[in-house]
Design a protein around this ligand. Structure first.
Ligand SMILES: [Zn+2]
Length: 310
């Protein structure tokens, strides 16, 4: 009897463990709302519509100054409102004007944080949502430990939770090349960039997943960072489908943050926007060791440089 009970215990344990081992990722979108693209698309919010149709949770990080990107200010406000009111969207502040903390300094940065709450808070309360997340533009948390600690204390006092991420794939760089070819009517070249973006993103998710498994001995709840741009409007759907096929559950950012890895101490005090998986490491040597093994992005970097120089 005891033996059977023990066997049952093992089965239950493995089921529980198995559930805990579920691969998971959440989607976070920065620099919302892209008013220029909205206008170019005939006032259709393509990325928002895509996410809505995929029925997945996502979190947006807002720069309210984007309302002024085009002359249609009222329309752009309505665009922001429609992002915020979407049921599956959680919301975060990304400062008013996307300023870089290490460059603008304390006073200007704080002003930019607070100015970034105006409309967002208004819409948030209208739709019963909380503005509790803050993501640093460029994930620049300051030039040294003094700046880092000072801003953390401030955000804490305002009940903001700093939004981390584990995976990003330079989607802004792919988007730059993608948009360039779309604008020139070079459809095949644009499609090739789109395909490259999908493959590199999946490779990076795979890399950070293996890295996390090796560091923590289990899959972790990943957070993907990307932007409100054309390449995501056209290709994020494929990325999400492929992730699901690969066994990933698309969870909310809030759910991701329940993984205890996010309770770890940030030990990185420079200004660069690196993955939190690196920030939690003890030494720069360890970070560099892993960074060297990241999937190669030199092809898109080359294309990007070439376009810039022409
Ligand atoms: Zn940003």
């Amino acid at each position: 009897m005891i033996r059977y009970t023990f066997a049952l215990f093992l089965v239950l344990l493995s089921i529980t463990f198995g559930l805990a081992q579920q691969k998971s990722i959440s989607i976070t979108i920065d620099d919302v709302p892209n008013a220029t693209k909205y206008q170019n698309d005939g006032y259709s919010p393509k990325l928002l519509n895509l996410l809505d149709s995929l029925d997945v949770p996502f979190t947006i990080f807002i720069n309210e100054d984007k309302i002024l990107q085009t002359e249609e200010v009222e329309r752009n406000k309505a665009l922001l409102e429609s992002w915020i009111k979407t049921e599956r969207a959680l919301i975060g502040n990304h400062t008013y004007s996307h300023s870089r903390y290490s460059e603008v300094g304390w006073d200007n940065f704080i002003q930019d944080v607070e100015r970034g709450e105006t409309l967002t808070n208004q819409y948030a309360s209208k739709y019963g949502k909380d503005l509790t997340y803050f993501r640093f533009p460029f994930n620049d948390m300051g030039k040294d430990s003094i700046q880092h600690l000072q801003i953390r204390e401030y955000l804490d006092s305002k009940n903001y939770r700093i939004a981390p991420f584990t995976v990003e794939s330079s989607d802004w760089m792919f988007n730059y090349a993608y948009q360039h070819y779309v604008d020139k009517g070079e459809v095949e070249k644009a499609k090739a960039i789109g395909k490259q973006y999908v493959e590199k993103t999946l490779a990076l998710v795979g890399f950070f997943d293996e890295m996390a498994s090796s560091l923590y001995g289990r899959p972790i709840k990943h957070i993907y960072l990307c932007h409100d741009n054309a390449i995501n409007a056209d290709y994020l759907g494929e990325i999400i489908t492929r992730l699901k096929q690969g066994g990933y559950q698309i969870e909310s950012f809030k759910e991701s943050l329940t993984d205890p890895i996010y309770d770890q101490e940030d030990r990185y005090f420079k200004k660069w926007g690196i993955s939190w998986l690196y920030r939690w490491m003890d030494t720069q040597e360890e970070r560099v060791q892993w960074m060297k093994q990241e999937p190669d992005l030199s092809e898109i970097q080359g294309t990007y440089q070439q376009i810039l120089e022409n």
